[in-house]
Design a protein around this ligand. Structure first.
Ligand code: ASP
Ligand code: MG
Length: 427
């Protein structure tokens, strides 16, 4: 008998029939003798619809009210799921994040979990009942106001609860069969991974892979929570995210780790080029102080060689497109003291990232990546690397082709059936 935390995403609880299907799965795990704690997301696109609604009422919704509004989504699904499980003859009770003891900081809309004290959840489980917890929310103890954890935050709730309860596993149920070598929506021949290390999963999530949210992976790594990503629409084994770097084959023998785990992509960034920056010490520092002062995180940076005749250089960097106007406004304000000539803004870019722990010890990975991109006729605008990742910026239009070309070049294509995307509107 194990203690299992199961998390069901929005597409798994999109309507009444789906909720009944999930209830059956939960009841089966309970009847098999396990202790079960369930974390739910809001039904389908509820969160987006609530945001739309708020924006129809006011152009600038107060953050406190926005968080109260958004937590309602998860409260609907948690209570409906508890009712559906009850109807199957299994006792179940639902709890808000606050009732479940999820304590966060005060940052509305992107709160961080600082503690989890799940005494009510423990009591519920000890009584033999299933505890259902609303994902994506907690409470700020200094104001007693509810907070939300940022989009996709229910994954983080599930892993944090699993850590606090010392659960044997945290199962994340989604609309695909696990973690794939690329997004199956773009690469239908993407292969499901049996295992991936925390480090690789962190790089994939940070590079735009949407299957798990970044903070949830950080949390899982810090507390060593084994995460099993799988589909709620099938009974197939999914992908295990753990810290074991070594992979075993069917006979249980250790095999060498694959060099590449996968190809991630991200279309949410934009590029700013600061044109005609005087090539003297201190100018880059000023530019990035100004951008940081506006509260904007940057990703990649490239400085061009300066033209000897002018002594001017161009500096380009990428940032979340959502922060584009903040950053350009701040830089424009400081144009006189920095002394650049012009700003260029481009939000039609895409980023491809090749991730794999085996890159550390295998030469030739970049050569192969750039050969694949050039054969596909794809122009590279920027490059950055970490120990286990190489990222390139391309035009947004050519990103899908780039992902497919690189996926094939590294022989990641599956020879079996096409990957199945079971649900979700991809919104
Ligand atoms: N409902 C929230 C969202 O859509 C949280 C989640 O699904 O994990 O972002
Ligand atoms: Mg959602």
């Amino acid at each position: 008998m194990a203690l299992i935390v199961q998390k069901y995403g929005g597409s798994s609880v999109a309507d009444a029939a789906s909720i009944k299907r999930v209830a059956k799965r939960v009841a089966e795990a309970k009847r098999a003798g396990h202790d079960v704690v369930v974390v739910v997301s809001a039904m389908g696109d509820t969160t987006d619809e609530l945001i739309d609604l708020a924006n129809q009422v006011t152009p600038l919704p107060p953050q406190r009210e926005m968080d109260i509004l958004l937590t309602a989504g998860e409260r609907i699904s948690m209570s409906l799921l508890a009712m559906a499980i009850h109807n199957l003859g299994v006792d179940a009770k639902s709890f808000t994040g606050q009732q479940a003891g999820v304590i966060t900081d005060e940052a509305y809309g992107k709160a961080r979990i600082i503690d989890v004290s799940p005494s009510r959840i423990k009591d519920t489980v000890a009584r033999g009942e299933v505890a259902i917890v609303a994902g994506f929310q907690g409470v700020n103890p200094s104001t007693n106001d509810v907070t939300t954890l940022g989009r996709g935050g229910s994954d983080t709730t599930a892993v944090a609860l699993a850590a606090a309860l010392k659960a044997d596993v945290c199962e994340i149920y989604t609309d695909v069969d696990g973690v794939f070598t690329a997004d199956p929506r773009i690469v239908p021949s993407a292969r499901k991974l049996d295992r991936i290390s925390y480090d690789e999963m962190l790089e994939m999530a940070a590079s735009g892979a949407k299957v798990l949210v970044l903070r949830c992976v950080e949390y899982a790594r810090r507390y060593d929570v084994p995460v099993h990503v799988r589909s709620s629409f099938s009974t197939r084994t999914g992908t295990l995210v753990t810290n074991e770097a070594l992979v075993t084959n069917e006979e249980g023998e250790q095999m060498e780790q694959p060099i590449i785990a996968g190809v991630a992509h991200d279309r949410s960034e934009a590029k700013i080029t600061v044109v005609g920056v005087p090539d003297v010490p201190g100018k880059a520092a000023r530019i990035f102080e100004v951008v940081a002062g506006a509260g904007v995180n940057i990703d990649m940076i490239v400085q061009n060689v300066s033209a000897a005749s002018t002594g001017l250089t161009d500096i380009s960097f990428t940032l979340p497109a959502a922060d584009g106007s903040k950053a350009t406004a701040a830089l424009t304000e400081h144009q006189p003291d920095i002394g650049f000539t012009a700003l260029q803004y481009d939000d039609t870019i895409g980023k491809l990232s090749l991730v794999g722990a085996g890159m550390r010890s295998h030469p030739g990975v970049s050569a192969k990546l750039f050969a694949a991109l050039s054969e596909a006729g794809i122009n590279i605008e920027m490059i950055s690397t970490s120990e286990i990742r190489i990222s390139v910026v391309t035009s947004s239009d050519s990103l899908d082709d780039a992902v497919r070309a690189v996926h094939t070049a590294f022989e990641l294509d599956s020879t079996e059936d096409e990957a199945v995307v079971y649900g979700g509107t991809g919104r």
